[in-house]
Design a protein around this ligand. Structure first.
Ligand code: NAP
Length: 330
């Protein structure tokens, strides 16, 4: 099967990328270099991950081996919530590019439709209960118009959005001169995003699945914030394990192959060399219709969503553009 998808911007995007959330310093620069030398060509980071400079070092080290060039790569970063105001888009992207050591990114995503305040804008000390200081005046259309200008300035080759709901995505499409090329959302066997996939197909928008393994390492992060959470254990699901045994593959490979086989881009995060290689070996086997059918049945719809945001950022669901079901109705 093809290893890339054709974007509505005219560019091709690799179906496999390395996720970079929750790793900084040498850990992530080494992981990026390892992934690129193992054949990955797509790297997913964000200003919010505080690792763009480290990711940039990893890219530079891989290019220095002479085995690949910048033009072989697809680098993605994201506009943070504190820059969800039109006048902040260009400075934010320029800061990301400087940190990454690049002239342009292949894809710039609006990270979330929720705008936040900078620390410097707070009129009182930051709340101690982990509440996110919100900027309630977020104007998604004005931000999108600036995102389009980033393409005219050649700072981003393609642009897209993340964590948008259907209403926000369609509102953007309706006014866009350059429509979003990609929607990045949580997507895995328990939360297969069937409705969103239909909407995206209709508008020729590619989907990137974040947390394709349901982000098992996140528990530590929640615990640090004093939040007790039960995370779905996809890797030990009996159906996933049976399919894996049948193909002599790992559960992670089955979970990822299930998505790429449906043209959904995956960005599994790993900083472990063995698991980076394991996750990257997705194109040397194929799931048959029986496997695909069994895995499709694992979908729990909305109940399968595990990134709710209000559990790690209390109060975020009070923002007028909070995209998902709010705590009181969940
Ligand atoms: P994920 O990729 O589903 O899972 C990553 C976790 O699984 C890590 O703890 C990793 O640990 C472990 N892991 C990786 N491969 C494995 C394997 N083969 N077997 C067993 N465990 C394995 O979760 P994620 O990092 O949350 O999501 C992926 C990427 O999506 C992120 O890194 C980020 O780039 C992006 N993302 C975007 C958003 C957004 O709001 N747009 C939100 C979340 C994530 P090791 O490192 O120890 O292998």
């Amino acid at each position: 099967m093809a290893t890339t998808v054709q974007l509505n911007s005219g560019h091709k995007m690799p179906l496999l990328g390395l996720g970079c959330w929750r790793a900084v310093g040498d850990e992530i620069s080494t992981a990026v270099e390892t992934a690129l030398l193992a054949g990955y060509r797509h790297i997913d980071t964000a200003e919010l991950y505080h690792n763009e400079a480290d990711v940039g070092r990893g890219i530079k080290a891989a290019i220095a081996t002479g085995k690949l060039t910048r033009s072989d790569l697809f680098v993605v970063t994201k506009l943070p919530s504190v820059a969800m105001r039109p006048e902040r888009v260009e400075p934010s992207l320029r800061r990301s590019l400087a940190a990454l050591g690049l002239d342009s990114v292949d894809l710039y995503l609006v990270h979330s439709p929720v705008g936040a305040l900078e620390r410097s804008e707070l009129t009182s000390p930051p709340p101690e209960d982990g509440r996110m200081p919100l900027h309630h005046g977020t104007d998604l259309i004005a931000v999108w118009k600036e995102m389009e200008r980033m393409v005219s300035l050649r700072l981003a080759k393609s642009i897209g959005v993340s964590n948008y709901n259907e209403r926000q995505l369609l509102k953007t499409v309706a006014i866009a001169t350059i429509p979003p090329a990609v929607l990045q959302v949580e997507c895995h066997v328990y939360f297969q995003q069937l409705k969103m996939r239909e909407v995206c197909k209709k508008h020729n928008i590619a989907i990137t699945a974040y947390a394709p393994l349901a982000s098992p390492g996140r528990k530590v992060l929640y615990e640090k914030r004093g939040v007790k959470i039960e995370l779905p254990d996809l890797l030990n699901n009996p159906v996933v394990r049976l399919v894996a045994e049948k193909h002599k593959r790992t559960a992670a490979q089955v979970l990822l192959r299930f998505l790429v086989q449906q043209d959904i881009i995956v960005i599994p995060k790993s900083t472990n060399a063995g698991r980076i290689k394991e996750n990257g070996d997705l194109f040397s086997f194929k799931l048959d219709e029986v496997d695909m059918g069994a895995l499709r049945l694992l979908d729990q719809g909305e109940a399968g969503r595990s990134f709710k945001f209000y559990d790690s950022f209390p109060g975020v669901d009070e923002h007028p553009e909070f995209p998902f079901p709010v705590k009181s109705t969940a």
